[in-house]
Ligand binder design. Structure first.
Ligand SMILES: Nc1ncnc2c1ncn2[C@@H]1O[C@H](COP(=O)(O)OP(=O)(O)OP(=O)(O)O)[C@@H](O)[C@H]1O
Ligand SMILES: [Mg+2]
Length: 267
């Protein structure tokens, strides 16, 4: 399997005319890779994930997964959205179980329930399984969305800042679960994850895709992270390779790709 993104462009029509959000994105992700995407707010990370997921059509260019062109959403790709998008009328339990039942018809219903329950437990939600999304905290909603994606077990897992709203402890727990799942799991082979966290991006990834802002909204640089696995969270910051990658990322994000003009909302 590989995921081939070729010359992807995306423009949106806005009141003030067309806005080019992605220009000529070229990227090949191999089977089994863990890739993180980092870049300033508004540079098109979520848009790229949505194009890979088939939720947004590219304006031109193509995305090919396993030799098949992506033309829409499919069970081979699951997205955890930035806003988690749970079904508000369903309990935590049903949000996870129903997703597996509809996406994984190759498994029996009992099997789907067992896998769903495994991830509801491992994300620490078992006690809250009967509550609806409106009755749990933001972090719990995020964990529900993560449990749902893990339970579906897609070939390619697309994660849009899945741990953004979590406290540090839950965040590192879930990072570890994600790594465990990716390294052991028979089903989820490849992970593409958007993050704003420099350290998270390095700790998790085989390669980091750094996205640039307008006027060049595309892949600015791809950085390999040559740190052996399993990686030790406590030790990794002392690794010279970690320090090299962190310095490069800080340089790119704070200097080379610094946001050219102040954002309108900025105080
Ligand atoms: N449906 C849409 N219609 C019009 N413009 C859009 C749409 N979706 C995204 N955009 C614009 O595309 C640009 C990139 O948005 P996107 O959500 O991909 O950024 P991002 O890199 O994920 O940012 P963040 O880090 O804040 O999540 C933004 O300027 C946004 O306003
Ligand atoms: Mg985004």
């Amino acid at each position: 399997m590989s995921l081939d993104i070729t010359e992807v462009r995306k423009s949106f029509t806005t009141k003030s005319g067309p806005q080019e959000v992605l220009r000529g994105v070229d990227l090949t992700i191999e089977k089994g890779e863990f890739v993180t995407i980092i870049g300033h707010s508004g540079c098109g990370k979520s848009t790229l994930l949505n194009v890979i997921g088939g939720l947004e059509p590219a304006s031109s260019g193509k995305v090919v997964l396993d030799g098949f062109r992506v033309e829409g959403p499919g069970p081979d790709r699951a997205i955890v959205f930035q806003n988690y998008s749970l079904l508000p009328w369903m309990s935590v339990y049903d949000n996870v179980v129903e997703a597996t039942l509809s996406a994984r018809k190759d498994r029996s219903a009992d099997e789907n329930r067992a896998v769903a329950e495994k991830y509801i437990r491992s994300t620490g939600l078992w006690m809250h399984r009967d509550k609806k999304p409106g009755e749990i905290s933001g972090g719990m909603r995020q964990r529900t969305a993560v449990a749902r994606a893990f339970a579906v077990g897609p070939k390619v897992l697309l994660l849009d800042e899945p741990f953004g709203a979590l406290d540090a402890l839950t965040r590192s727990n879930l990072q570890q679960q994600l790594i465990d799942m990716w390294s052991k799991e028979e089903e989820t082979e490849t992970v593409v994850m958007v993050t704003h966290g420099i350290e998270e991006a390095i700790f998790l990834a085989d390669r980091i895709v750094v996205m640039g802002n307008p006027p060049k909204p595309s892949v600015a640089e791809v950085i390999e992270v040559n740190i052996e696995r399993p990686r030790d969270r406590a030790e990794i910051a002392r690794d010279p390779e970690f320090q090299r990658v962190r310095e490069r990322l800080v340089y790119l994000l704070e200097h080379e790709l610094a946001v050219p003009e102040p954002m309108e909302e900025a105080a």
